[in-house]
Write a protein that binds this ligand. Sequence first.
Ligand code: ADP
Length: 660
Amino acid sequence: MLKSVLIANRGEIACRVIRTARRMGLRTIAVYSDADADALHVAQADEAVRIGGPLARDSYLKIDAVLDAAKKTGAEAIHPGYGFLSENANFAEACAKAKIVFVGPPASAIRAMGGKSEAKALMAKAQVPLVPGYHGEDQSPDVLEKAADKIGYPVLIKASAGGGGKGMKVAQGKADFRDQLASAKREALSSFGDDRVLIEKYLTKPRHVEIQVFADAHGHCVYLFERDCSIQRRHQKVIEEAPAPGMTAGLRQRMGEAAVTAAKSIGYVGAGTVEFLLDEDGSFYFMEMNTRLQVEHPVTEFITGLDLVEWQLRVASGEKLPLAQDQLAINGHAFEVRLYAEDPDRDFLPQTGTITHLSFPPENGHVRIDTGITQGKAISTYYDPMIAKLIVWDLDRPQALAQLRRALAQTEIGGLVTNTAFLAKLAANKAFAKGDVDTGFIGRHEKELLPSVPAAPDDALVLAATGILLRERQKGTRDPWSLMDGWRHHGGGHDHLTLIDVSGGQTAHKLVFDYAKDGFLFHLKKAVLPVSATLSSSGKLTADLGGRRLSAGFASQSDDVTLFLDGVGYRLKRAGIDLGEEDGEAAALRIAAPMPGRIIAVHVAAGKMVEKGTPLIVLEAMKMEHTLKAGHAGKIEYVGCKPGDQIREGQELLRFAAPA
Ligand code: ADP
């Protein structure tokens, strides 16, 4: 058995690999960029080595720096995790040359599956079924368009070097083919430095079902059943589960055997995943093979009772697979949800910011949390905006789903917009409970799922205001008789503060209140509400609202407040602090860049009237294109950007005219 391993990754996957490696008695070595000097994976490893600057290409993608770190610390092996160098054949080769064990397949197998087009050609040879498509060398737009015409619309344009749903665009018909092609090529070039694409028939109601395979260097290869990853947005996974709902033993065996054939045909060793599209009629088609551990491997671990990282380390040590195919069985049902810093209500736009509050349900035999971040840390533009994975297990799908709902209701992430409430809505959706899943699920059920966070109700606003008042009283930074910034005296002895409901369409709410002996009196539209409350240092707010007892979570940092009530996190901004003199109404009239990036397109001009939901500006940030839409109807007063502009976070891009 190996004695030491360097983990060439960060975040939750680095922590997850460290956990198993330590349990098996290996010395663990972390690497980190300047942005991660105090990250969790660094703290958890036995040793840690700085490898460069915050940009991935200056650190986690630098082959020499990673190998130097391994040599310096005498690491016997390198586990690449997923992403970064995990599917880089040159890296696997460089490890071999440096006599360091690469925990993964041989470079030749990575290369064989590296390009989607080349992989498809190989699979066609091995008689693994493929979606009809064009995977040719000739990339001239005319040839590609002709191929699309021949395949028949709708077609999917995919970056050949693609991954993570990037560089993937659907053309519904001939009319939008060229635009979609240009957009796919742009994304492909900026993400992968390679703008080659392939075209394939776009299946309209497929499921994404993938098979976990495992091979050793002694000629054994098994499949550890399937995962259904059909619940996706932007062609990226949101919920994964195992086994796949409605799967039959016969189909499972056919798909499992096809996956093993695929793996064997390229001399595979280690953990791999063969992804298939499963059509409504039960036909399945090879999509691609991921030659590494997947993000969603924990659901397979839950239903098989195995530790896949342990298997990886054993195989890398030269051992045989611990179990044969007939010794493997499925027990119960598991779900994984990916908690992302992103805004489902704005086209899943990635978010950045500091996590001011982080609280998960306790881990046990039913609940597992894989995370690499702690409270107080930031989600930056440098890396993927995933915060954590929540994985649950139970004896069957309905019970596992109930576990998921409970676990999500106990998940509190404050300080930035996350998809937690959206996941909770998915987990509570009737069609999802029936297992009626396919890759179009989210689009089809959009009306039931969005907005994921409802407009903040009065209770949430009053509780948030109460939290703010109590926190400042605790800190001694505020007493009612010495009013400072952000506080305006309202005539007649009342005070007020303004909260902008960030998730609820930037609506500004002015809360008028008086100080009472043991709390506050809020003047709501129809009533006066006496409130008394206590706030613990960990953010637990226990309040009496006119005789009703409520319990909520409260997190704040400068002007930013998150209030957790009944499983929903309401994101509120307090006007009048960091916004200078701008009040909530004014803030709602401007569209500011949600993150640094580059303007791709501007769809409106000053003077135009727009409806709520009209696409205004397309922004490229974090290597994806995002469309900023109008949060409300109105007249555009001013557009402050043009295509090609580099913009900074918070920069004003557009302003609405004030309503007359
Ligand atoms: P990536 O490597 O970028 O993740 P994949 O090839 O794995 O891209 O595809 C990602 C997702 O895109 C799939 O899970 C599926 O939802 C969708 N998809 C891919 N190919 C097709 C297709 N031919 N028809 C319909 N949907 C597809």
